[in-house]
Design a protein around this ligand. Structure first.
Ligand code: PMV
Length: 360
């Protein structure tokens, strides 16, 4: 598929008015996307667990405008309140996707959105937020055409989400989504995420992700800037090649269920992501002292409990603690007693692997 396939949809009817709503989840990458080319084309392939609990709910009411003045027209409400501050991001997104959804300027939108996770928890809301909005616009497009296949819908919505935030393209389906061209994943694409196409060992069913909110403040360096700093980064070439290799290794792990190998790939990916930040120019650190305390504590506990608890990180200080369903009775009490005290205000989120976005 090429970009052209997404801009050549012909409409049979354009409805005057209507409402669409979606809930779209966040996701946590196991092989990280860090570094991109123009138009959010990733520098390396990535793969993520789709989450179940952390999600954005978005409702879009649309009404045909009398005359289109060449500008986008919308109101934006976050948790019931008008938020002017969020508008520039939405306008940038609308500008990027307009060529693929040419009806956007013909409507006035009222966009109502809320997150299931605490506001400013440091949990990336761009993946769930951008994908939820893209889903609403795609649902409009679906109602303007005769027959749209589920495959086309999912691919185009992932393609559009990617233009809002790269990792958002991995939030549409679940439980595992892969994005970025790779020789080892059939059907993989730089343009959109695909549902992982091979069998996955049952040990990964219901896999847990307890998210420890170590620092809820604004990140000092946005991921946009972080991606940018991979241009000319001294380790970039090796890092991008390593991601390819790790994806191949994970493919084996997903088939044989070897959790020792899973742990070493996933933890190494998390630390490599942060190593890239610490070795870019300018360099920066997003981990906090409590991030390291938690990591060390996980390692110690893993050794003596013989469980398969492990961690991953996104571009921030929070720690995602991953473990299989069969070990939750041993691992969760440890998390509560020994790790939660290192969270800001004792806050954490119990999440697990999920199946993707839902129409509301
Ligand atoms: O989607 P962005 O541009 O916010 O980038 C996300 C990057 C990481 O979360 C650090 C890794 C990933 O693959 O999700």
């Amino acid at each position: 598929m090429t970009e052209k396939d997404f801009s050549s949809v012909s409409y049979t009817t354009l409805k005057d008015e209507g409402e669409v709503a979606y809930s779209s989840p966040s996701n946590i990458a196991l092989v990280k996307y860090w570094g991109k080319r123009e138009n959010q084309i990733p520098a390396n392939p990535s793969i993520s667990f789709t989450l179940a609990a952390c999600a954005t709910k978005t409702k879009v009411h649309y009404k045909k405008r009398e005359n289109n003045n060449g500008k986008f027209s919308f109101d934006f409400l976050f948790e019931g309140e008008e938020k002017e501050g969020f508008k520039p991001k939405i306008i940038t997104f609308l500008k990027r996707i307009e060529v693929y959804l040419p009806f956007l300027k013909d409507y006035h939108f009222v966009i109502n959105t809320s997150n299931t996770f605490p506001h400013s928890s440091g949990i990336a809301s761009s993946a769930s937020g951008m994908s939820a909005l893209a889903l609403c616009f795609m649902e409009m497009e679906r109602s303007f055409v005769e027959n749209m296949t589920a495959e086309f819908f999912n691919r185009k919505v992932s393609f559009l989400s990617r233009l809002g935030s790269g990792s958002a393209c991995r939030s549409i389906e679940g439980p595992l989504v892969q994005w970025g061209e790779s020789k080892v994943i059939e059907g993989s694409s730089n343009l959109f995420g695909i549902k992982y196409p091979y069998d996955v060992h049952p040990i990964f069913n219901n896999y847990h992700d307890t998210i420890l909110l170590v620092d809820k403040g604004e990140k000092q360096v946005s991921s946009t800037v972080g991606h940018e700093l991979m241009h000319g980064h001294p380790y970039a070439v090796n890092r991008f090649a390593q991601a390819d290799i790790n994806l191949d290794k994970l493919k084996t792990v997903f088939s044989n269920g070897n959790l020792e190998d899973f742990i070493s790939i996933v933890e190494s990916e998390a630390l490599t992501l942060h190593a890239m930040m610490m070795t870019s120019s300018p360099y920066f650190i997003l981990m906090k002292p409590n991030t390291l305390t938690i990591i060390n504590s996980i390692w110690k506990f893993r050794e003596h409990s013989k469980t398969h608890i492990c961690f991953t990180l996104d571009a921030g200080a929070n720690v995602h603690v991953l473990y299989p369903e069969g070990e939750k009775d041993v691992v969760f009490p440890f998390i509560k007693e020994k790790l939660v005290p290192f969270c800001q205000n004792g806050q954490y989120i119990c999440d697990r692997i999920g199946l993707g976005a839902k129409k509301l």
